[in-house]
Write a protein that binds this ligand. Sequence first.
Ligand code: AMP
Ligand code: MG
Length: 343
Amino acid sequence: MKIKYRVVTVYVLVAALMLPALTSLMGCAAQEEKKHTRTVFFMDTQVDITYYHPSAQVAQTDIAEMFAEMQRLEKILSREATGSDLHRINEAAGREAVEVNPETIFVLRSALEFAELSDGAFDPTVAPLLEVWGFGGDFPAVPAQEELARARELVNYRLVEIDEEKGSVFLPVPGMRLDLGGIAKGYIVDRGQESAQESTSAVFINAGGDISIKGRKPSGEDWRVAVQDPDNPDRFLAIITMEEGSVATSGDYQRFFEEEGQRYHHIINPFTGMPAYELSSVTVVATDTMTADALSTVIFVLGVEKGLALVESLPGVDAILMDNSGELVYTNGLEGQVEIMTD
Ligand code: AMP
Ligand code: MG
């Protein structure tokens, strides 16, 4: 009995001695943040998530949930998908109000605020113009003048009716249509970011240039976000150094077609019905991705002067603009944070 007792004592002692060493080893492992990445193609673009966490299993489960949330929202907010909130609102234009998800009301309300802010340069009822140009379809083409004029008459964000209590949206004129392509991706990226677990040290989401950054890299380095050169996909215009926040870019190179040597792209000036031509790239830095996304489209339509004036009037927002002659300007807030890539 005594011997047994001694043996047990020794085991217990050894275990007690090993325990601190083991826990400190495990502690080290727990501290070690590893980089996990995944890419999925949706929202018409490549969506990348970079995620820092010690556990691959936690990271992959969380990344999958983030993608699931973003894809759920895409189904609701897409103009083309049959059964989406937007599709149902558009189909019922001139007939009846349609009950929708609260997320749709939120994004639409935000889009209407950007429409007010820009006096209609940004307009979520721009869809009839996008349709006559054929953007979103297989055969985009320059529309006839009468077609353009008819479509322009249907574009008027002031007519959109939202009933908060019923959670419904009504477009009062037959043929009116909503499109949230200039803002929804940013909102969806923000929601993806919010659905990440709190224990994560850092998450970087890039949805085709709509970028959200939360937390610092474990190395302590800042994030470096490259802005593509509109004239050369293999080159960068600028590098922005940031700790956290959002970036979005609108460019004439992102979706376009050419007819008789002229490039026609997807960001339409609602007043002329034509693609907005003054700028070829606008990058906005803001605290959230929805704001960055919407404002990049807004500024693209407004042009250099009005665009810069708007950005300067908004706290926490900065921008880099490249006009159609290749001239680059950026707002004061980016001083020391942006590196311009010259030849
Ligand atoms: P982005 O790439 O964020 O600049 O968004 C471009 C998308 O916004 C287009 O593909 C259209 O879906 C939509 N759009 C185009 N012109 C306008 C406009 N004037 N106001 C609001 N949305 C627009
Ligand atoms: Mg946008």
